[in-house]
Design a protein around this ligand. Structure first.
Ligand SMILES: [Zn+2]
Length: 305
C-alpha cells in the first residue's frame, strides 16, 4: 500500500495553519503563519503553506482542503465576503489548485471544517457529533458518520440566526432577537464590556461567581442562550457528542460548567430533557490542536475518493 497524503489549511482572520495528514488520518507536520488580507495573498499563502508542510511528500499529496470563514460553496470552491481578510469574492479552490500544479483543492466553511476535525480527534466512534462554534458569531457544524452534513443549500447548522426573542436586539441579518445576538463572542462583549482587550467571558464568569448582581444578570441571559443552542442541536440531530468550540471555548472548563449547569437546571424542570442526559454529552474542543486544518484535510479526502 502506498502512502497517500492530504494537506489541510485553516485560514483565520489572524493566522493560517496547515497540516500534512497521512493515510491513517494522523497529523505528520503542522505549520502556521500570520494571515495577510486580500484574495491574491490568501491564494499565494495557501499554496506556499501547502508546499511547506508537504515538503518531499508533495508529489504524493492527493488533495488539499481549505477551511475559511465567509460564504463558502464547497461544490464550486467559490468564497465570498470574508470581511476579516478583505475578500469580496474569489475562486479559491481553482486558483490554489492552479498554483499547486493541478492538485485537487476542496474548500469548506471554517466552522464545518473545525467540526469534522474535532469529531475526528475527540471520538471517531460517535455516529453524530455537533460542534457549536461560539466565535465572534454562532454556528453549528454537524458530522454524521464522519461526514459533514451540509443540507440542501449548505445552511445546515446555521442556528445563530434563529430568532429566540423578538423583543430583544436587532440582528445585522435583518431579523430581530437572533440567538447570535445573545450567544456569541461579539454579543458577550456588547453585554459585558470590559474596556480592555481581554475576552469578556472569563471576567463575566468570575464576577458573577463573586456575587456581582450585574454580572449575574448578564450571565443568566448568556447561559440561557447557550442552553438554547445546545437544545437546538440535541433535539435536531441527537448527537452523542456536543463539542463546544470557537474563541469563547478558550475560557475552558468554567464555560463548559456554566453550560452544563444551564442544561441540568432545565432537566430538573423537564423529565424529557432530564432523560436526554445532555450535560454528559458536552466536550470542550481540544485546545491547541489544529482541528480546523485537520477537518479541512478530511473533507478534501471525502470528495476526492
Ligand atoms: Zn440574525
Amino acid at each position: 500500500m502506498t502512502d497517500s497524503y492530504t494537506v489541510g489549511i485553516d485560514v483565520g482572520g489572524t493566522k493560517i495553519e496547515a497540516v500534512l495528514v497521512d493515510g491513517m488520518g494522523v497529523v505528520r507536520v503542522c505549520e502556521r503563519m500570520a494571515a495577510r488580507g486580500g484574495a491574491d495573498r490568501v491564494v499565494a499563502d495557501c499554496a506556499r503553506l501547502a508546499r511547506m508542510v508537504a515538503g518531499p511528500y508533495f508529489p504524493e499529496v492527493q488533495a488539499v482542503g481549505i477551511g475559511i470563514p465567509g460564504q463558502v460553496d464547497p461544490t464550486t470552491g467559490h468564497v465570498a465576503n470574508v470581511v476579516n481578510l478583505a475578500i469580496v469574492d474569489v475562486e479559491l479552490a481553482r486558483l490554489v489548485s492552479q498554483a499547486l500544479g493541478g492538485v485537487p483543492v476542496h474548500v469548506e466553511n471554517d466552522v464545518n471544517a473545525a467540526a469534522l476535525g474535532a469529531a475526528h480527534m475527540l471520538d471517531r466512534g460517535s455516529e453524530t457529533v455537533a460542534f457549536l462554534n461560539f466565535g465572534t458569531g454562532l454556528a453549528a457544524g454537524l458530522v454524521y458518520r464522519g461526514r459533514l452534513l451540509h443540507g440542501a443549500s449548505g445552511s445546515a447548522g446555521e442556528i445563530g440566526h434563529i430568532p429566540v426573542d423578538p423583543n430583544r436586539f436587532e440582528c445585522p441579518c435583518g431579523q430581530r432577537g437572533c440567538l447570535e445576538t445573545v450567544c456569541s463572542g461579539a454579543a458577550v462583549a456588547t453585554l459585558w464590556p470590559t474596556g480592555k482587550d481581554d475576552p469578556p467571558m472569563p471576567d463575566l464568569l468570575a464576577k458573577a461567581k463573586a456575587g456581582d448582581p450585574a454580572a449575574q444578570r448578564v450571565l443568566a441571559i448568556v447561559k440561557h442562550a447557550m442552553g438554547d443552542a445546545v437544545q437546538m442541536v440535541t433535539q435536531s440531530v441527537d448527537p452523542e457528542l456536543i463539542v463546544v468550540g470557537g474563541g469563547m471555548a478558550k475560557t475552558g472548563q468554567p464555560l463548559l460548567d456554566a453550560i452544563g449547569e444551564e442544561v441540568q437546571a432545565r432537566g430538573r424542570r423537564c423529565p424529557f430533557l432530564e432523560s436526554l442526559h445532555i450535560a454528559g454529552r458536552l466536550r470542550l474542543a481540544p485546545p491547541d490542536e489544529p482541528i480546523g486544518a485537520v477537518g479541512a484535510a478530511l473533507a478534501a479526502v471525502h470528495v476526492s475518493v
